[in-house]
Design a protein around this ligand. Structure first.
Ligand SMILES: [Zn+2]
Ligand SMILES: [Zn+2]
Length: 296
């Protein structure tokens, strides 16, 4: 592994991947930083670092409290204030860590010299597994958290596009009839939630087998911290996924997997870019070579 790690380990050096209708920009290396910006969805998953490009995004989802994912949450908030962005950004985080987060944010502000009387919490929204929540400034998008297993409490999430569609029984009616029913206040539409993208965040490989709904998202972003043979046990001990677990799932459920793109993040910092790419090329099953992409 004689390679220059300078860019690969520079958390402000962003990667960019086209994932269906939207771009994912950011960085994710285990222990260093993870932040994944989706400008088209006005959304960022985790804030382990906060480049200027993330500042304008109004919705931030936090998977868990580890510093490489959470460290710059309040930097995001204070940079917005500094840059005069009037909109209140919204931070979605697990209800289980909400109280701790409030204390942490308050302590950090006071450490930075904010008077305790003047301190105000940013807009934090506690979320619970499988409770869909509409994004504050994107009424067409819903976020649904799900539990994942990690070394500390952590959650993943799926973003859904929300639509109202005509109920099946009204599909073939002429326009005049539809208008007439509307005027009579007949409920002619139903709610539809289309999955767009799922993030597992940091998690054990078992999440791939317990949260099988993630395989229905057109885009799945999942961690793959460890790659090498002999590291399987260590992956479990540290609360992370080993590449062999992803491969096992792909081989077992190949044709049932609906994801168009499976984006692997959070590789251990000991692997070089070349080593990651070579390993994936060698080990990912042929049918998934195009779909599985390393976020490096
Ligand atoms: Zn991490
Ligand atoms: Zn973690």
């Amino acid at each position: 592994m004689q390679e220059d790690f300078r860019n690969h380990h520079n958390a402000l050096q962003q990667n960019r991947i086209k994932a269906g209708a939207f771009d994912i920009k950011g960085f994710s290396v285990s222990g260093l930083a993870t932040y994944l910006q989706l400008p088209e969805l006005d959304f960022c998953a985790d804030m382990g670092e906060c480049p200027i490009s993330a500042v304008k995004l109004n919705h931030v989802f936090l998977t868990h409290a580890h510093g490489d994912h959470s460290r710059c949450l309040m930097r995001h908030h204070s940079l917005r204030k500094m840059m005069g962005i009037p909109k209140e950004s919204v931070y979605y985080l697990s209800a289980a860590i909400y109280e701790n987060a409030c204390e942490w944010i308050r302590a950090e502000a006071i450490f930075e010299g904010v008077s305790p009387h003047k301190f105000q919490l940013p807009k934090l929204v506690p979320v619970k597994p499988f409770e869909k929540i509409q994004l504050e400034y994107r009424k067409d998008l819903y976020l649904e958290p799900f539990p994942v297993a990690h070394s500390i409490h952590a959650i993943g999430c799926t973003l859904f596009q929300y639509k109202r569609k005509l109920k099946d029984e009204f599909l073939n009616l002429p326009a005049e009839k539809i208008i007439e029913l509307r005027q009579k206040n007949v409920e002619i539409t139903r709610e539809v939630y289309l999955p767009l993208i799922s993030f597992t965040g940091d998690s054990l490989g078992e999440t791939l087998r317990t949260q099988t709904h993630i395989w229905k998202s057109p885009v799945l972003v999942t961690e793959c911290t460890f790659l090498d043979e002999g590291e399987e046990k260590m992956a479990v001990q540290k609360g992370h996924t080993h590449l062999s677990e992803i491969i096992e799932y792909l081989e077992k459920f190949g044709s049932e997997i609906e994801c168009q793109k499976i984006i692997l993040t959070h590789f251990s910092m000991k692997y070089s870019e070349k080593y990651i790419l070579d390993t994936l090329k060698k080990k990912i099953p042929e049918a998934f070579q195009e779909k599985v992409i390393a976020f490096i």
